[in-house]
Design a protein. Structure first.
Length: 367
């Protein structure tokens, strides 16, 4: 062999030896949400020397939230930090977000609908827009707080109560049934929020329990009695405490935030109506995964995170709501659900949001 040929073979060998050797191992996928936390993504066990492992990006998630950023923003932020998933959130009222989803239909960019009440969830579910959640996921939630067909699950429970001014009233002064607030003695003393999703869920419960005519009569009686409209529960509780109105129809947990911030001198307290009618409603905030979700795996991780003990304890301790899974301690400031004479109604009976909105507009309660 000539010296020229030997030189060519040697150069080829050096070139081949200098090329990087790529391992055959498949990069590990991100781990899902566990019961308490989400494990970090780990690199493959074997990689070639000098080669940076390829780790799949955690991706995106689009959440349409009918719950306020103040209430759920911290948990969404924790989910983002734990998983690295880029979560984009659109906030609004539950009726507004539900209407948007129904209008967008299959073209909606949303992966998850996080609703304040079962009315919004039911409206979207009845339109066939939710994916059925796996049984191993829905089974973690107490039966009352999930839809029977697995289209959505509850994340936190909330009770409808009457907030009352402590200087003007005692619990003994309050009626047992919400219908009694149409009595003339309550004229100009009651605050309500007809545009609020939870209020609308309560009116839907009235329609299911009382029927259309009695519900319409109640709405007209409240208007005639000078019920004062507010934007939401926060504004009502503030108005009750300063004596602008003496009672307000709200969810239970708003008062506890004020007590935590302002102390026992705050001038309002809660009273749960003992009559067991629609004014004694126990509801749920919940989530559903859109059937058209572009990021279904991340949607599932998000839902799993929200019913993990970490998230459930957050809702119990920080927002003063009822947990929907077993084994979570509730705040000692909250009356246990077992001690409440709650309305006898299925949450799926609260789905007719459109019918309630129509009635509220017909009576003039909602402009």
């Amino acid at each position: 062999m000539s010296s020229c040929a030997r030189r060519a073979i040697l150069l080829c060998a050096v070139f081949v030896m200098s090329m990087p050797v790529v391992g055959c191992a498949t990069p590990a996928a991100p781990q899902g949400v566990g019961e308490t936390a989400i494990a970090p993504v780990t690199a493959p066990a074997t990689t070639a020397v000098g080669v940076k492992p390829v780790v799949p990006a955690p991706g995106f998630l689009v959440v349409y939230s009918g719950r306020s950023e103040r209430l759920v923003g911290p948990m969404i932020e924790q989910f983002k930090q734990t998983t690295g998933i880029d979560v984009q959130v659109r906030y609004g009222s539950t009726p507004e977000i539900a209407a948007t989803l129904l209008e967008e239909g299959a073209n909606s960019p949303a992966d998850v609908f996080f609703a304040q009440d079962p009315g919004g969830l039911g409206a979207v579910a009845n339109a066939g827009m939710f994916e059925t959640l796996p049984k191993e996921l829905t089974a973690r939630v107490q039966e009352y707080f999930r839809s029977p067909d697995g289209k959505w699950i509850g994340i936190s429970g909330r009770a409808r109560v009457v907030a009352y001014n402590t200087e003007a009233l005692t619990p003994e002064d309050l009626p047992t049934d919400i219908y009694d607030f149409t009595d003339a003695k309550w004229k100009d003393r009651v605050g309500w929020a007809p545009s609020n999703g939870s209020f609308q869920a309560m009116v839907t419960a009235m329609r299911a329990i009382w029927g259309e005519e009695k519900t319409k009569t109640w709405l007209e009686g409240m208007i005639a009695n000078g019920a004062k409209a507010y934007e939401g529960n926060t504004q009502i509780v503030e108005a009750v405490a300063r004596g602008e109105v003496q009672v307000g129809l709200v969810n239970h947990y708003y008062l506890h935030r004020f007590l935590a911030e302002q102390g026992e001198e705050f001038g309002a307290r809660n009273h749960f109506l003992t009559g067991g009618g629609p004014g004694s409603l126990v509801m749920v905030a919940g989530v559903g995964q859109l059937a058209t979700a572009k990021n279904p795996e991340n949607a599932r991780k998000f839902i799993e995170f929200l019913i993990s003990p970490v998230a459930q304890q957050y809702f119990a301790n920080q927002t003063f709501e009822y947990p929907v899974i077993d084994g979570i301690n509730i705040s000692r400031e909250i009356v246990p659900l077992a001690d409440l004479n709650a309305a006898d109604i299925q949450l799926t009976d609260l789905a007719d949001l459109a019918g309630t909105t129509k009635l509220l507009r017909e009576t003039g309660a909602l402009q």
